[in-house]
Design a protein around this ligand. Structure first.
Ligand code: HEM
Length: 280
């Protein structure tokens, strides 16, 4: 059941309870859709990177669709790529468990350990990603790499604050920064959703370029984390204020987020991950 009834709504408690219940249900639905999309992504990593590594089938021909990808004989950079990519399987699975209130309440030890693993690998993912982009040159253009670079730089900042507030047992601040860390760590996943969803809606590229530096590419690369961070802030604000206005705004935002996540997950699964999972 939802929380307190604020003073300006005391005249209509049953209406507000309905609104709160529906709102919480919608946030849960959004998290459920994210979880599904993340696990499809994890499955893609499993068949495309982890199994070929285990079975000795790594070969650059398999990764021809990537920007640089795996290069036969380039041991160090291949190791960095695999260290960047394979833990994604783990964090795609583990990250979403952190969001379930029941797990936090009943299994606090699991939440702590899983949280440390998640934030550590998220931060290593960001460092590895920045290295691949700017040291090995795995980028199609400087402008096109700007969005993901800012994403990568923000991850350690949010991870630091999420960790620090957890240690200080300031759980409301911890939750806020942990949610932003989660969104940023998933920024590259969200970018794939937005880009593929954009292609699907427009039946092809529209404002995109082959180097990912078209106006649509640049906007989507920043939107992949700024938009969900903004929506998360609207949800936090709605929960703190508990007014009809803030809840209606957050409800509309979550509806839009659900729609975008559904379209994006379907598009990315159909165009990117599905064919590789099925074709393995
Ligand atoms: C921690 C969050 C991150 C996750 C979960 C993640 C995930 C991935 C995945 C799954 C791939 C394989 C690409 C594919 O097959 O579709 C990949 C590759 C790559 N990522 Fe990340 N990444 C993250 C952060 C970053 C950041 C912050 C950057 C850049 C600043 C970055 C740059 C790259 C590059 C350059 C590649 C290789 C691209 C290629 O050669 O085609 N990643 N990443």
């Amino acid at each position: 059941m939802s929380r307190v009834i604020s003073s300006d709504l005391n005249s209509q408690p049953s209406y507000q309870l309905r609104l709160n219940d529906k709102f919480d249900l919608m946030v849960k639905a959004w998290v459920g859709i994210i979880l599904t999309g993340q696990w499809i992504f994890a499955l893609y990593i499993l068949v495309q990177f982890t199994l070929p590594l285990i079975t000795g089938q790594l070969d650059e021909s398999r990764y021809a669709y990537m920007i640089r990808g795996y290069v036969n004989g380039d041991t160090i950079n291949n190791a960095i790529l695999l260290l960047h990519v394979i833990p994604v399987m783990l964090i795609s699975l583990s990250g979403t468990f952190q969001l379930f209130p029941a797990i936090r309440q009943h299994f606090p030890r699991f939440h702590r350990i899983n949280g440390r693993v998640y934030l550590t690998f998220g931060m290593l993912g960001a460092i590895g990603g920045l290295y691949l982009t700017w040291v090995t040159g795995s980028r199609l253009s400087d402008l096109g790499a700007l969005g993901v670079t800012v994403n990568g730089l923000l991850i350690p900042v949010m991870v630091y604050f999420a960790w620090r507030y957890a240690v200080q047992r300031d759980f409301s601040r911890h939750q806020r920064f942990a949610v932003h860390a989660f969104i940023l760590i998933n920024g590259v996943w969200t970018f794939r959703l937005l880009l593929m969803g954009w292609f699907m809606l427009n039946q092809g590229p529209q404002g995109n370029s082959a180097n990912l530096d078209g106006p649509a590419d640049v906007i989507l690369s920043f939107a992949s984390y700024l938009l969900p961070m903004f929506i998360a802030e609207l949800i936090f604000r709605a929960r703190a204020r508990d007014t009809v206005g803030s809840r209606v705004t957050a409800t509309i935002a979550v509806c839009i987020a659900i729609l975008i996540t559904l379209i994006g997950t379907a598009a990315a699964t159909m165009m990117m991950w599905g064919p590789r999972i099925v074709g393995y």
